[in-house]
Design a protein around this ligand. Structure first.
Ligand SMILES: [Zn+2]
Length: 347
């Protein structure tokens, strides 16, 4: 088992970040994940990396956390969005309006943020097709749709004023942030590397206390004007994620600042632990489908039991990600049933 770093390590790591002018502001969310980390970079421009969800409680706590450091929301000059999840960017519109701050995000993410409501609706339709195809009962799918639609209020429509290309530089007075597109957890995951200090702002790409969900999501660039992917053409989120993690593993880093939880001082053993976890999970799934063919939903139930309805898509994404590893190794085949549900059979 991996030895958990003690709180002392986390405090030292946060102190190291603070020396670099980077302050963690843990903002409440209504979601199971708990608080989300925004990071205030005291530089010029005064920069906030992620904002928290669009709620009065998040805004209130953010305001107080900024005040504790002698700043107001109106002082923020640059807002950075790390990826398309509402717990991270939901407040950005309110903050941009109040502060007049520039909003920087990956160029390919900008259209999504600009048409958030429409994009979220397309995401839900995509998820619906995937869930029905992989054995989640229609009533559960309908319930999840309703939950997801109600969650949308924590997001917002955000205009990106500084679109960032992968590999480009974002220059602040005291530092340069390298923009790194590392998809997998979501299609838009963007990391920001403070190159001279080897500090990586990683959002949900790497989290210490939980393995990041490689969530099945529509590829970026989808819209009403473009044919949407069907349930058959699902993106290979876990495979994409693992190759992104490989690239991060190869980096020389002093500190990783994640989107949830504590900072990470030693990313290589943590990433290696994630690789082992995913390999073990793939083997477990393989042994389940060797005993008899099953749908992805049946596999998820076998592994995690009857999880809360809101977790059904997460666990389905997990299973399909691992099935993709097995498909890549030609250890599983798909069988489409007359009702359109896919069963997986082990080889
Ligand atoms: Zn996320």
């Amino acid at each position: 088992m991996r030895a958990e770093a003690g709180p002392g390590d986390s405090e030292e790591a946060l102190a190291l970040a603070e020396l670099a002018g980077i302050h963690r502001l843990a903002i409440p969310t209504p979601f199971q994940v708990g608080r989300v980390n925004a990071y205030l970079i005291e530089d010029s421009p005064l920069t906030l990396v992620d904002s928290g969800p669009n709620s009065a409680k998040a805004l209130d706590e953010l305001e107080r956390a900024l005040a504790a450091r002698g700043h107001a929301i109106e002082d923020i000059e640059l807002l950075i969005v790390t990826h398309q999840h509402i717990d991270h960017f939901g407040l950005a519109a309110v903050l941009a309006r109040r502060s007049g701050a520039e909003v920087a995000a990956l160029d390919r993410l900008a259209p999504y943020l600009a048409r958030f409501g429409e994009q979220a609706e397309l995401d839900d339709r995509f998820a619906e097709r995937i869930m029905l195809r992989h054995g989640i009962p229609a009533d559960v799918v309908a319930a999840l749709r309703a939950v997801s639609a109600s969650f949308r209020a924590w997001g917002s429509v955000v205009e990106t004023t500084r679109p960032l290309s992968d590999g480009s530089e974002l220059k602040l007075r005291e530092r340069t942030l390298r923009v790194l597109h590392r998809p997998g957890h979501s299609p838009s995951d963007t990391l920001f590397l403070d190159e001279s200090r080897s500090i990586l702002l990683a959002a949900d790409h790497l989290i210490k206390h939980i393995s990041s969900n490689p969530l099945l999501a529509r590829p970026l660039g989808g819209g009403a004007d473009r044919r949407e992917p069907t349930g058959e053409e699902r993106p290979r989120a876990l495979i994409t994620y693992l190759s992104s993690l490989e690239r991060t593993r190869a980096m020389d880093l002093s500190l990783v600042l994640p989107g949830h939880g504590q900072p990470i001082v030693d990313h290589v053993p943590l990433i290696d632990e994630r690789f082992r976890l995913h390999r073990r999970r793939a083997e477990k799934i393989h042994s389940l489908i060797l005993s008899r063919p099953r749908s992805a939903h049946e596999i998820a139930q076998e592994l995690w039991g009857n999880v809360a309805v809101t977790q059904a898509y997460l666990t389905l994404s997990e299973v399909l990600g691992h099935i993709d590893l097995l498909l890549g190794d030609e250890r599983v085949v798909e069988q489409e049933q007359p009702d359109g549900v896919i069963l997986f059979e082990g080889l």
